[in-house]
Design a protein around this ligand. Structure first.
Ligand code: NAI
Length: 436
């Protein structure tokens, strides 16, 4: 028998070291494949360095502030009003990011991944170039992520100083006022953060509701909660132009009823979406995989990780397993949180039934969320009673939504899900209550 001698340096080349990239690299290396990973900035990608982790660190401080402010409702006297120390919040965020960067680096080392810090260029399906070196490989997993989208359709935008999420993550003095263009996930999370710090926030959204893709009823309840607290929302509003005067930024808009409105604020945050960073590849060949934000399918870190695992499975044994994108949960880390998985009331067909109960049906929710109602919605297929969608407004929605994802993934019926024993008292019991 003649031994097959590989002429390739690597079995797998991974381009990009974010959640998709480091997951793919680790999974491939752990099963014995030789792996090289290229990262042009920092390991951890957008999620760790300027996305999920840093924003959640900031939002945790905001939540603490909210909780301290409402301590009186729980019988706790806080003698003076709490204030924030933004430089300290940012420093803590930086420390957490640094620690986790070290963690990802260690993970790559342990798995035996060859990490190269530099910008890689895909020459063809078998050749990658980086810093004048060439690397031959049998497979390429492209995990180049996404970047902020800055619209060129807003006149004046390029002449005013504006923030992207990057600036909003590193500001050390809360602005007096902030206009957020875009009421999506990024817009709402930063609106919530700066509002908690005392900034006057206005959110301008061109659609008739914030958080496109999230169940409308839940999105509108969250918006009404924040409107009650003082955030101003301009829905169905078109930004006509922006300009600067006396250090402030004026956002000139036309509201839903056609009236012109000018919003003046110290800072302007652009949060109108992200776009995939597609590497220049002449021909996408069979041995190339696009995982994570770069494929534009879901733009969530947890989706990216699963896509990466499946790409490695395909390389290893030709597995054709596909992701069911309907079973991927989405979370908005406002306070209260919103979490959602599966079909919404809007996307479900007419043969579905909507179960809707306040979160206060969970004793534990009542205990920990004085004065809040929250909402849990379950979308069920009328004919076979299978769970199709679950939507939660209320803390800790992010922690309980995986239960719902599992029910949808396993195609559970009402009866089957209800028979799962939930510990008491927990907020997750809300699902049991809703199905009873
Ligand atoms: P997005 O697509 O979620 O929201 C952008 C919003 O801007 C939309 O509501 C859109 O209608 C609005 N918009 C667009 N152009 C506008 C204009 N000219 N004037 C007013 N409104 C305008 O994008 P976002 O919030 O920037 O987030 C980007 C990606 O990052 C998303 O795919 C999201 O899933 C991901 N992400 C996820 C997070 C999470 O899972 N918690 C947190 C942050 C981001």
């Amino acid at each position: 028998m003649t031994e097959k001698i590989s002429t390739y340096d690597y079995d797998v080349a991974v381009i990009g070291g974010g959640p998709a990239g480091y997951t793919a690299a680790e999974a491939a290396a752990k099963v014995g494949l030789s792996v090289v990973l290229f990262e042009k900035n920092q390991l951890g990608g957008t999620c760790l360095n300027e996305g999920c982790i840093p924003t959640k660190t900031l939002l945790y401080s905001a939540k603490l502030l909210d909780n301290i402010r409402s301590a009186g409702k729980y019988g706790i006297i806080v003698p003076t009003l709490p204030t924030s120390d933004l430089p300290k919040i940012i420093a803590r965020k930086n420390k957490i990011v640094r620690k986790l960067q070290i963690g990802v680096k260690a993970k790559m080392e342990r798995a035996g991944v060859h990490v190269i810090i530099g910008e890689a260029e895909i020459v063809d399906g078998c050749l990658v170039r980086c810093k004048d070196e060439s690397y031959t490989t049998q497979n390429i997993i492209i995990c180049t992520g996404s970047e902020v989208f800055i619209p060129n359709s807003i006149p004046g935008l390029c002449d005013v100083p504006y923030w992207t999420h990057r600036d909003a993550l590193n500001c050390t003095e809360p602005p007096v006022s902030l206009t957020v263009i875009g009421g999506g996930v990024i817009g709402m999370e930063f609106a919530a953060f700066y509002h908690a710090l005392g900034t006057n926030v206005t959110v301008i959204e061109m659609q008739d509701e914030i958080l496109g893709g999230i169940d409308r009823e839940i999105a509108s309840q969250l918006r009404m909660e924040y409107a009650k607290r003082g955030i101003v929302f301009l829905l169905g509003t078109k930004v006509d132009s922006v300009s600067q005067s006396a250090g402030d930024i004026n956002t000139h808009c036309t509201t839903a009823d056609g009236s012109p409105v000018d919003v003046t604020s110290q800072r302007l945050l652009i949060a109108v979406g992200r776009r995939p960073v597609k590497p220049l590849v002449e021909n996408v060949t069979q041995n190339m995989y696009l995982c994570g934000d770069v494929n534009g399918k879901s733009m969530l870190a947890h989706t990216a990780m699963r896509e990466a695992e499946l790409a490695v499975d395909h390389i290893l044994n030709g597995s054709e397993e596909k992701i069911n994108y309907h079973t991927i949960p989405a979370v908005v880390y406002t306070n209260p949180e919103v979490a959602s998985v599966g079909l919404t009331e809007e996307t479900a067909s007419s043969g579905s039934r909507i179960i809707r109960i306040p979160m206060t049906y969970s004793g534990r929710f009542m205990v920990e969320n004085e004065g809040a109602n929250g909402l849990c919605k379950i979308i069920v297929n009328e004919s076979d009673e299978r769970i199709l969608g679950v939507h939660v407004l209320g803390n800790p929605a992010s922690e309980i939504i995986a239960l719902a994802g599992m029910a949808i993934m396993q195609k559970m019926t009402i009866k089957e899900w209800k028979n799962v024993i939930f510990p008491h008292p927990t907020v997750g019991e809300i699902f049991h209550e809703a199905l009873s």
